[in-house]
Design a protein around this ligand. Structure first.
Ligand code: AMP
Ligand code: ZN
Length: 453
């Protein structure tokens, strides 16, 4: 399996460090509902997990929940609620959105507020190593003591300003310098006691601490959206490798953004959509999942209502086509997956840096092909283990063929093949009486449920 490793800016063979494969992704900040851009990234990460699993690898997934930061504190204050109460509904809807989109749950969703003690210890170690220093109740990471700084982003892409210290969570590329590991707060503000006085952790430290706590000092994959490459992921590397002296992550996999009508989503532009907005227009969440699969994760995806409608039509077409695949139930399922050319091409595509658009095209080729591929239902379901489109709910449905009928179908097929048409006609009538009709088509017999049953 090949993946684009942002650390080296090239596609590389993915070789797991150990089993299970450790995969960390940056999760939501619970000050608002997640938007469809966030969800695009979560779907791409889910597909990555599913492709690893299709390669026979077990995966341990960890995704943090940032439940303390400036925006949450402000939101809670404005709403007149304690932090936790303010965050809870956003976290709940986030989890519901994941399951509506068939995104497999991570093994752990560690929360920043539950790891404050660990973060303090981690920061103390960075100070001991001379990589961080305390000033006026805050603690800063000293970039000048981190020789590898810039390895992810490329130093040419970072403009450092001498003497600037960033204490806010909201960075811009231009004003980075020593970043805050711990921020001092007034006694009236939300905070925690620490060796440096009352304060709260910076955002970057939480990901280094929680990823390493659950996945070890060095792990396989760190995923997120491209906006996090700098400074967030860069700072995570500096903290983690500074503390342990070991490599932090083997593969950084970064997904491109979703745009709405060609522009960045913004509340002020009125193009800021959540899954609920799609559902209110009668669009099933899985249609959005299908849409995201039609663009490569390293390309921008332009969302529009028209493109969503297109995805809806395509998915509905697919469902209708595979409803008619009843002929295969109980008839021709003997073939080996690996021998199937469509499966081979599909699997090659997903293993080639998650080329899902190509994989979806192969699926369509199979669905539209004139000749019936032996075992194509099996192949389709195997493909759907990666795509996650609930195709099993449509394949050969509405029909549940009782065992007795399946046996008759088998006997009729046998009679037909041996030229015993009298017997085959008799069996066809028997089958019909039980509420099923056999249609002999070019691609083999198809079975329909009739009104009789
Ligand atoms: P945040 O809550 O902003 O930290 O984002 C959670 C995840 O969504 C991160 O992996 C971000 O990189 C990603 N993300 C944020 N905005 C977008 C977008 N417009 N398109 C795709 N992914 C995004
Ligand atoms: Zn993170």
């Amino acid at each position: 399996m090949k993946l684009y490793n942002f650390l080296h800016r090239k596609v590389e063979e993915f070789i797991p460090l150990k089993s299970p494969v450790g995969m960390y992704s940056c999760g939501p900040t619970t000050y608002d509902f997640v938007h469809i851009g966030n969800l695009r990234t979560f779907i791409f990460e889910d597909v990555l997990q599913r492709v690893l699993e299709a390669n026979g690898l077990e995966v341990k997934r960890v995704m943090n929940i940032t439940d303390i930061d400036d925006k949450i504190i402000k939101g809670a204050k404005d709403a007149g609620l304690p932090i936790e109460e303010f965050s809870k509904p956003y976290e709940k809807v986030f989890m519901e959105d994941l399951s509506k989109l068939n995104i497999k749950y991570a093994n752990v969703y560690p929360k920043a507020t539950e790891h404050i003690g660990h973060m303090i210890k981690y920061i103390e170690e960075l100070i001991k190593k001379g990589l961080a220093y305390a000033r006026e109740g805050s603690v800063y990471f000293d970039i000048s003591e981190s020789p590898g700084y810039g390895k992810l982003t490329g130093l040419e892409n970072i403009s450092l300003k001498e003497g600037t210290r960033i204490s806010s969570d909201e960075y811009t590329k231009d004003d980075v310098q020593d970043f805050a590991l711990w921020k001092s707060v007034e006694s009236t503000e939300v905070g925690y006691d620490s060796p440096w006085g009352r304060g709260r952790p910076g955002w970057h430290i939480e990901c280094s601490v929680m990823s390493q706590e659950y996945l070890g000092n060095t792990f396989d994959i760190h995923a997120g959206g491209v906006d996090l490459i700098f400074p967030h992921h860069e700072n995570e590397i500096a903290q983690a490798e500074g503390k342990t002296g070991e490599k932090f992550v083997n593969f950084f996999v970064e997904g491109e953004h979703l745009l709405v009508d060609g522009a960045k989503m913004a509340k002020s532009k009125g193009n800021f959509y959540k899954l609920k907005d799609l559902e209110e227009k009668g669009i099933e969440p899985v249609v959005f999942r299908y849409l995201t699969l039609t663009a490569h994760y390293r390309d921008k995806l332009n969302f529009s209502w028209e493109s969503l409608q297109g995805a809806h039509n395509a998915l509905n077409n697919l469902r209708e086509k595979i409803r008619g695949w009843n002929e295969e139930i109980g008839l021709s399922e003997q073939s080996n997956l690996g021998d199937n050319l469509f499966w081979q091409r599909f699997f090659e595509s997903v293993n080639n840096d998650l080329n899902l658009p190509q994989a979806v095209a192969v699926l369509w080729e199979m669905v539209n092909s004139d000749t019936t591929t032996p075992g194509r239902s099996k192949v389709l379901l195997e493909m759907d283990k990666i795509l996650g489109l609930n195709l099993d709910q449509y394949l050969g449905k509405t029909i549940e063929i009782p065992e007795g009928v399946q046996k008759l179908i088998g006997r009729r097929e046998e009679a037909r093949k041996t030229g015993n048409f009298k017997e085959s006609d008799k069996l066809r009538h028997e089958i019909k009486k039980l509420g099923f009709e056999i249609l002999d088509t070019e691609s083999g017999p198809k079975i329909k449920k009739t009104n009789a049953s």
